[in-house]
Each structure stands twice: as structure tokens, then as C-alpha cells.
Ligand binder design. Sequence first.
Ligand code: DAT
Ligand code: MG
Length: 149
Amino acid sequence: MAEQTFIMIKPDGVQRGLVAEVIARFEKKGFTLRGLKLQNVEQAFAEKHYEDLSSKPFFHGLVHYIISGPVVAMVWEGKSVVTTGRTIIGATNPAQSAPGTIRGDYAIDIGRNVIHGSDSVESAQKEIALWFPEGTVQWKSSLHPWINE
Ligand code: DAT
Ligand code: MG
């Protein structure tokens, strides 16, 4: 199976009207959309998503931010999509995110950094299973041979 990553537009990104912009960047890059939904997240679910960070001092604030409004959950597929997705997103702290990245272009504070992306293939698999228990959409873009060698 081709590599997949979990991408989430956080509540600030949705409120600020950045949904189309974020999708466009992954779409125009050539990655394939395999799942997409707008949803509100329960506190326990947000805590599960960020469970690796539960001992951090910012955990409580992070969870409250994620449940403060709807998020857009997505699965994107393609060669090295986990690493390239992180590059498209930019560094965790927008103060250090390069211009041209999503966080570099659209965010200022680490606690309002617009978007989440899986940090490894293993965490992508875990996050996709958590967010898309119903599975994703199986299809092949007709552009595939024009994007992939
Ligand atoms: P990333 O989202 O780049 O994978 P992460 O997994 O280390 O970063 O942390 C998850 C989120 O938690 C991050 O997007 C913003 C928040 N966060 C991380 N480090 C923080 C810190 N030092 N202070 C406040 N919020 C932080
Ligand atoms: Mg992370």
C-alpha cells in the first residue's frame, strides 16, 4: 500500500477560512486525497490523539484548543507523504517555520499553528486508524502517471 499520512486542519484554520488553501497545497503537490471530514472532537478523543504529549505542561491547553471548534480530518497518500507533508506544514513553532510553509505563511503562535501532520509512518497508521475507523476511499487518480514515474 502506498504511504499515507493523517492531516488535520485545527479549529483556528477552519475559523480563519484556510481549509481550501491547505487542501490546495496537498492537492497541487500531487498527493491523493483518501479521506476528508469536518467534525467536532470530544475531549477524550483529543486526549487520545495527543496521548504521547500527556505529560507536557501545554497538554491541557492543547486539548482545549483542539476541541474549541470543528476540525477537518484528512488522509493523504503518495510517495514519502509523511515527510513531505511535514515539510509542507513547516516547523512546530511558526516563529521558526520557513516562509512558503503553511505555518510559516499563516501562523504566529505555537498554540495556534493551524494544522497537524503525522510525524512518522507508524504514527500515521495509528492516527488514521483512530480518526477513520470506517476506512478511507479506494481510488486512483487519472493524473497518477503524470505525477509518478
Ligand atoms: P507537531 O504538531 O509539529 O507535530 P508536536 O507533536 O511536538 O508538534 O506537538 C503537538 C502540538 O502541541 C503542536 O502542534 C503545538 C503544541 N505544542 C508543542 N510544543 C509546544 C510548546 N512547547 N508549547 C506550547 N504548545 C506546544
Ligand atoms: Mg506531532
